[in-house]
Design a protein around this ligand. Sequence first.
Ligand code: SAM
Length: 450
Amino acid sequence: MLPENFIQSVQHLKGFDKEKFEAIHNSEEQITSVRINPEKKCSIFLEEEYKQVAWCKYGFYLPERPSFTLDPCFHAGAYYVQEASSMFLWHIVEQIFGTNTEQKILDVCAAPGGKSTLLASYFYNGLIVSNEVIKQRAAVLAENITKWGTTNNIVTNNDPKNFAYLKNYFDAVVIDAPCSGSGMFRKDVTAVEEWSLDNVTLCSQRQQRIIADVWDSLKENGYLIYSTCSYSEEENEQITDWIMDNFIAKSVQIFIPNNWHIETTQSNKHKAFGYRFYPDKIKGEGFFITVLQKKESIATHKFKQQQLQQPTKQELALLNSFIVLQNEVKLFKYHNEIKAIDEKWYNDVAILSQQLYIKKAGTIIGEIKGKDFVPHHELAVGTLRLSNIATLELDKDNALQYLRKKEIAVSSPNKGMVLVTYQGLSLGWIKVMQHRMNNYYPSEWRILKS
Ligand code: SAM
């Protein structure tokens, strides 16, 4: 049963059809969709039975929900389980940026990483800074981004106000705001139980705060992409009006084919465009998204070029047996770990680490332990090119045993660090010794389900 005061609060909204909306919520229909990782070749969702999500070329609907936990490809980062409406962000960035993908993007409310992994795929040569304020959720975000494997990601764990020093820094800021969650009513009964008008008000105040905190970090003519999974006008169109009341911004209209059945709305005061997803009209959950272009400038702070600690010649020699360093990749050291990021984003790591808590930056290659170079899990599952290192392809049972961090019953002719794969997708390292092997899969990510 949907809350009566919820229905009353939204029934005046454009595109809201009470009967159809209630009917779809009373139906048993559940939609499952995934977005595949273009960097990790996995063709299973390209078969006929998987229908494509209209607004995202890598999005696919599944005929039913499989056990993702028991699919090694899922752990290898071959796809991300993402609600289809959210994938509309792909269409938005495609319209705004086209082929200009070398952009600096901040994803302010990023955990668990749905939007960030989408952005990482689209801006494959850009920089994605994924932030999450809640520590435990930032750990999950870092895990999902590591599995996704892209190199040019920085994960931070900060309050949005900590970004204030980065004046005129980002080409786009994505705020997928914490919200009252009515868009998830069909998927999640607790969202229905927890919904209240008071919470809508609280969320709307928090959304305004987050926007105000990060506004200065957006460049002049940069784009603010704001979304919620709420139907409430207070968290959607009224927020766009609030932005246009308080800052100098222009609404950006996105072209949408009619047969996608996405509802275009306009805010009351400034007539700013917004896009609403109703589950009785589209194949996905409730969602709202809007785009504003910043039309004001503030003085830019000039950050000095900075050097991060560099690996020594000996360390580099050891490391070269594991990785083919592409010209554009630059290495740096943090504590004992050697990391890599595209050269063009190297200075950003230094600038961001001045005032932000960096949870992850680029790809950790590994560390020197005694006379050995120990490759890191991020290198195994990342998309940097590896040297001719030994690999061992596992069948499904052994891949799952590996992901449970158990011993695997296979023998390898190679000794030392061996990369284990499933269907050609890297899962992680094992160390093969004379009579046994050690499983290097990260303990905190192991599958607990038998
Ligand atoms: N963008 C994510 C994705 O696509 O996977 C989902 C983000 S979720 C809708 C909103 C996030 O905002 C949550 O991870 C939540 O922890 C975070 N959050 C909660 N309160 C916040 C605040 N005051 N400032 C910034 N983020 C906040």
